[in-house]
Design a binder for this molecule. Structure first.
Ligand code: ZN
Length: 241
């Protein structure tokens, strides 16, 4: 090949690789991406409602969070890990009895990228079974650990009847102060927002979720003052109610 043509070929190849990498990053992590599996990241904007979601539970401190939600009559959605449900089945039940929705957040909270389809299906299936056994509820929603999707997830979700749920805004409650998390979410509140917070830390026992609880205590009165109600994810994505 003539040197100039070779150089042009290399440049074109490199651009395609970069564009490909961009598409892959979006497919795997993009909040609005459904490329690897069907997924939603916001609810309908016709109601003044917000969906609070809590990942990585249940944990030893989840009951304290349930009290705060109850005080404000706020419904929420808890994306639970199967391993945590087996450690704390009674807490998982308390979440269900309080009327909150329970979603699947995998069994042991692994990154799903570069994993085999069989591994992904096992992760979702084991969590689904543990949640159903402990709470009597079979989840219809799935949140990918770290928001990372991969090949094989579409088929696993389909087989278990799960819809993926990302988020509109994350509270960064594992890093920020309660004030920072609460004001970040308060500023970004819109009709149909899905907020992501945590009542656990992957599958660590006895995680410290004090920041989350204090952030929710500050945030709920602010949002209620602005006229927002709190809906479970299944309700907020449904335009019929
Ligand atoms: Zn998580």
């Amino acid at each position: 090949m003539e040197p100039r043509a070779l150089a042009r070929g290399l440049v074109l190849g490199a651009s395609a690789a970069i564009a490909g990498a961009g598409v892959m990053t979006y497919a795997v992590r993009g909040r609005s991406s459904s490329l690897l599996a069907p997924s939603v990241y916001k609810g309908v904007n016709t109601r003044r409602s917000i969906a609070l979601t809590f990942d990585d539970g249940p944990s030893e401190s989840t009951p304290e969070l349930l009290e705060v939600l109850d005080r404000h009559r706020a419904a929420a959605t808890f994306f639970q890990c199967g391993a945590n449900v087996r450690r704390l089945p009674q807490v998982a039940r308390e979440v269900a009895f309080a009327g909150h929705e329970i979603g699947n957040h995998s069994d042991t909270h692994p990154y799903l990228c570069f994993k085999a389809a069989r591994f992904i299906l096992d992760q979702l299936t084991r969590a689904q079974e543990s949640i159903a056994e402990s709470t009597g509820l079979t989840p219809t929603l799935f949140r990918a650990p770290y928001g990372v999707r991969w090949f094989g997830l579409r088929e696993a979700q389909q087989r278990l009847g799960l819809l993926g749920v990302m988020w509109t805004t994350i509270g960064v409650d594992w890093k920020w102060t309660p004030q920072q998390a609460a004001s970040h979410l308060d500023r970004r509140a819109r009709n149909g927002s899905i907020f992501c917070l945590h009542d656990g830390r992957t599958i660590d026992p006895r995680p410290d979720i004090g920041v989350t609880i204090r952030a929710v205590k500050q945030l709920l009165p602010l949002l209620i003052d602005k006229g927002y109600r709190f809906e479970r994810v299944s309700d907020i994505i449904c335009p019929m109610i």
